[in-house]
Ligand binder design. Structure first.
Ligand code: ZN
Ligand code: ZN
Length: 290
């Protein structure tokens, strides 16, 4: 047991999620954090076993590969109404801003390639839990990120670990993969006090962590901007730290974040890594907002 949880145990506390006296998170609440039993194509949402793209999406992405011409289903909703309900008026850490249940746009991935051929730069996306119907999950993420309940990363990282290492035929089976947290801009890091993605990544894979990305552009009032401007802002805002640009070459990565919406932040991270020669990039998120 972690020291902080042991102290709660010793001196008594209330469940942060339901108020029940006893543990930091009671067993009844904890039982709700079970990984989903399936994955989906990151572009169209068609269910599959491993979170990879439908063949057509993947082959269109690379252009030269043969496409089977199959449209892989509906697209993820490309939200252009992403007004931040948190009152913070920004979302520069990319993921959905779940404060007060508000959903936000992380910029959107350019799908102008037509059909089911978005410009995704990552190869796979593993989602741990369904965000949509799970009010407790939404509440927990909000407490974790915005109400300084930092220790909730111990709870939230569990379904991520189970999902990632439980999946067969994925990057999880490979050796020498490195886990990279989605970076926060240092201004935001200072305000929040921690990078939620880094805390989660540390729990998921403490021995294979590489905090090698940085966010250079501070996207203030991102949610108030028009979609085209948000997309422009996101482009090139994340890059590989100078010390790691050579190290990244030919390696496989898992980019970790708490919540993804359209996947554009993961795309930015994957683009930065692949620009430095990374051979495979998988996203791993706690939940995805549809
Ligand atoms: Zn509880
Ligand atoms: Zn698809």
């Amino acid at each position: 047991m972690r020291l902080e949880l042991f102290l709660d145990f010793l001196f008594g506390t209330n469940c942060r999620l339901c108020g029940h006296p006893g543990d930091y998170v009671c067993s009844m609440c904890e039982a709700n954090f079970i990984p989903d039993s399936f994955q989906s194509c990151p572009h169209c949402g068609a269910k599959n076993a491993d979170g990879k793209f439908c063949d057509s999406a993947k082959s269109n992405l690379h252009g030269s590969e043969k496409s089977d011409g199959k449209f892989c289903g509906r697209e993820w909703r490309n939200k252009d109404d992403g007004v931040d309900a948190s009152g913070g008026g920004e979302n520069e850490d990319g993921g959905a801003d779940t404060h007060d249940g508000g959903r936000n746009n992380d910029g959107g991935v350019d799908t102008s390639g037509g059909g089911c051929a978005p410009k995704f730069l990552f190869d796979q996306l593993i989602v741990s839990m369904d965000y949509g119907e799970n009010a407790l999950l939404r509440k927990t993420i909000s407490l974790f990120k915005y109400d300084n309940e930092k220790k909730l990363h111990l709870l939230l990282s569990e379904p991520m670990k189970k999902q990632f290492f439980g999946l067969k035929h994925t990057i999880a089976g490979q050796k020498n993969i490195l886990f990279v947290p989605v970076p926060l801009h240092k201004k935001k890091l200072k305000r929040r006090g921690f990078n939620q993605a880094l805390l989660l990544a540390k729990e998921v894979a403490p021995k294979n962590l590489l905090d090698c990305l940085e966010r250079k552009t501070y996207l203030s009032d991102q949610a108030k901007l028009a979609k085209t401007q948000r997309l422009k802002n996101l482009k090139g805002s994340i890059r590989v730290k100078e010390d790691f640009t050579n190290f990244v070459k030919n390696k496989s990565f898992v980019v970790v974040d708490d919540v993804a919406t359209t996947g554009s932040t993961l795309n930015e991270c994957a683009g930065a890594l692949k620009n430095c020669g990374a051979k495979y990039v998988c996203g791993l998120v706690l939940a995805r907002v549809r």
